[in-house]
Design a binder for this molecule. Structure first.
Ligand code: NAD
Length: 359
């Protein structure tokens, strides 16, 4: 298979971890007779110096001419957030990319590796039951995309945000989530607030209708307040969690802390044609930039998701996941996941172990 990948490393540790993910992709390609071509694009602060834009047209063209996007991370040090180079950087790059390609489904896996139960913030008897969930969040609707306005009533300020969902928006992300569930443990929890919100009542109706197309997947509805509790109290009960934009934003951040480091958590944003952007759930970790100590696993697993979801290369993606698991089983650790006794591998050394473990 010959494919072209847009490579947008961005800022901070983005460049370092993307370099490692490309090494893994090339090793997988060589072992399986594929050829991946990469075209780099500037994004975020890295684009600002040359273009005075966080998402230049040239980068959009690189993405449009590719089969998938591998994205690093963007953003500068928090104390410089007011400077033009960093101000609105996330909005101007990530949200602009979502809009440009109509990415309507965001996949955020949260997995606690058995060897890393001790860095999960939950008690061992909870985390030790096994945590491996995938949150599928709708990305283009809900209160974020409705009307936002202010008015004055009786001389007092009033703020109004409108939530809206069409049945097509719900159906599209629901199909994506059911397809994912049918390839996993065949269980889907749909999270809403149908006891209060009309958008949630439509959500529940449409998800139920779509479920008829996936008879092998068990559907359960859950209110968001209960889901927030269960993700902390009993996360092992979840396989795929499907939810709307606002609830997904919050629940996926709660789930992201379970693995124990943002260096472990990949993500994907897909549109209804299967075109996707793949990136770590964490940010640019500016304090780690250039030190060669960042954990490359989140970026490498993101590359694995790219192979699976955009190129249909499930066997190759599984080999990446397995190589990561094996490297962790063998005790290899970067600083963010190391115990006091373990040797701390550099970004490149950790990748070397993963490449050695590719089957
Ligand atoms: P962050 O995710 O960069 O860092 C949070 C913590 O996780 C830090 O302790 C960091 O060292 C650690 N961490 C993250 N990735 C790691 C890795 N691969 N290996 C080891 N440790 C890792 O979040 P932050 O510090 O709140 O934000 C830093 C910058 O990133 C800000 O400018 C923010 O706006 C931006 N940001 C970007 C994205 C994105 O690109 N999608 C997401 C979140 C934050």
């Amino acid at each position: 298979m010959n494919k072209k990948i847009a490579l947008l490393p961005g800022d901070g540790i983005g460049e370092e971890v993307c370099t490692e993910a490309v090494r893994v992709l090339d090793a997988v390609a060589a072992a399986n007779g594929h050829s991946f071509e990469y075209e780099k694009g500037l994004i975020g602060g890295a684009a600002w110096d040359d273009h005075q834009s966080h998402f230049p047209d040239a980068t959009l063209k690189v993405c449009q001419g590719s089969d998938a996007i591998l994205f690093g991370s963007i953003g500068g040090p928090i104390d410089l957030a007011h400077e033009p180079k960093w101000k609105d950087c996330e909005k101007n790059s990530i949200l602009a990319l979502r809009k440009a390609f109509n990415f309507n489904a965001n996949f955020r896996p949260a997995k606690v590796y058995p060897e890393l139960v001790d860095i999960c913030p939950l008690r061992e008897e909870v985390a030790g039951k096994g945590v491996d969930m995938l949150i599928v969040r709708e990305l283009l609707g809900d209160i974020y995309f409705g009307e936002h306005r202010r008015e004055t009533r009786d001389g007092r300020r009033v703020a109004i945000d409108t939530a809206e969902y069409t049945e097509d928006q719900i159906a599209s992300v629901a199909h994506t989530a059911f397809k994912a569930a049918s390839k996993r443990r065949k269980s889907l929890v749909s999270v809403d607030k149908a006891n209060v919100l009309e958008t949630s009542r439509l959500w529940r109706e449409v998800v139920k209708e779509i479920s008829a197309d996936y008879p092998d997947v068990e559907l359960e509805d859950m209110f968001v307040d209960n889901a927030a509790m269960q993700i902390i109290r009993d996360p092992s009960r979840f396989d795929v969690v499907l939810t709307a934009n606002l609830f997904g934003d919050i629940l996926s951040d709660a789930a992201a802390v379970l693995p124990g480091s943002l260096g472990l958590t990949p993500s994907a944003s897909l549109n209804s044609e299967g075109f996707g952007m793949y990136e770590p759930q964490g940010g640019s970790a500016p304090e780690l930039e250039g030190k060669g100590v960042a954990n490359p696993i989140a970026q490498i697993l993101s590359a694995g998701m790219l192979l699976k979801f955009s190129f249909g290369l499930t066997k190759e993606a599984d080999s990446i996941n397995r190589a990561v698991e094996k490297s962790l089983e063998q005790g290899f650790r970067t600083a963010d996941i190391a115990s006091a006794e373990s040797e701390k591998l550099s970004t490149t050394e950790m990748t070397n172990k993963i490449i050695e473990n590719l089957s």
